[in-house]
Ligand binder design. Structure first.
Ligand SMILES: Nc1ncnc2c1ncn2[C@@H]1O[C@H](COP(=O)(O)OP(=O)(O)OP(=O)(O)O)[C@@H](O)[C@H]1O
Ligand SMILES: [Mg+2]
Length: 262
């Protein structure tokens, strides 16, 4: 092999490792028209690229635009201007029906209040996105949902209703549900906001493990600097703009208990 071809091989190896861009956001703005006179600029000219297997925390004071950002990313709200491309789909070009379809297939949501159906078992809650998607018979849906419950350590609670589960267990069910369609990204808005310190630690450890194990891309909104320390990259909003976008050098290790070791 001559020198030139060696170089080419090296280069192509490197480029094959390049991670896929899942989200591309350019000059994204959102203005809420409260009245004819009052307009709230919730997002202003936001530029962000997100690659597969990233684990990102979104931070910033109350009212800085974090939820608005997540809602636009999740197709729950539409930007006023700017571009948003999710896994090759340009949001401005999609009908509402197509957005709903992509939302179900490509995005897993985890909310502060868990949002589980109350009189429905953990297993059935996890199966719901599969039935919206279609193409799953009962047996395969059960199988897939059980796999997800197993992944979050809750296989033994599959037949319990939310009222029979602790807050942390309910959030695990919600995480299993968010994963069931093999989405491109998980969007979690304050997922530990209703949980105590120990359970918060457990849920963040679970997110870290899922990110490591199955490479799922995760965006998590939080007020707590401790929570951000579990992630790999931190994006900070202030008055609707990104003021900081950095990788986190000293991450908290999974299972690390700060109360004991700090
Ligand atoms: N539906 C709405 N109509 C009008 N203004 C809104 C609406 N939703 C949000 N806003 C405003 O947009 C700005 C950003 O709100 P957003 O909910 O994104 O903030 P946040 O960073 O998530 O805050 P928090 O940490 O309190 O959840 C705020 O000034 C808020 O009052
Ligand atoms: Mg919010």
């Amino acid at each position: 092999m001559n020198k030139e071809s060696k170089k080419t091989v090296k280069k192509s190896k490197k480029s094959s490792k390049k991670l896929k861009k899942i989200i591309e956001i350019k000059k994204l703005s959102k203005v809420y028209d409260v009245t004819d006179e009052i307009k709230v600029h919730a997002l202003k000219d936001v530029d962000v690229d997100i690659y597969e297997s990233e684990f990102i925390s979104i931070m910033g004071p109350s009212g800085s635009g974090k939820s608005t950002f997540m809602n636009v990313l999740g197709f729950l709200d539409t930007q006023t201007s700017g571009d948003y491309i999710l896994d090759g789909f340009t949001s401005q070009e999609l009908t509402d029906d197509k957005k709903a379809e992509i939302r179900n297939l490509k995005i897993g949501f985890v909310f502060q209040g868990f949002n589980l159906l109350p009189r429905t078992t953990a297993l059935e809650n996890v199966e719901i996105p599969l039935f919206y998607r279609g193409g799953y018979n009962m047996k395969h849906a059960h199988q897939k949902a059980m796999e997800m419950l197993d992944l979050v350590g809750l296989a033994d609670r599959a037949h319990h209703t939310p009222a029979e589960l602790s807050g942390g267990q309910q959030q695990r069910v919600a995480i299993a549900r968010s994963l069931v369609n093999d989405p491109a990204i998980i969007l979690a808005d304050e997922p530990t906001g209703n949980l105590d310190t120990k359970t918060t630690n457990d849920i963040l450890t679970l997110f870290s493990e899922l990110n490591e194990k199955i490479g799922i891309t995760i965006l998590i909104v939080t007020h707590e600097p401790d929570v951000a320390d579990f992630t790999k990259r931190k994006i900070v909003f202030r008055d609707g703009q990104v003021t900081e976008d950095v990788s986190i050098k000293k991450r908290s290790r999974a299972g690390y208990n700060r109360e004991i070791y700090v």
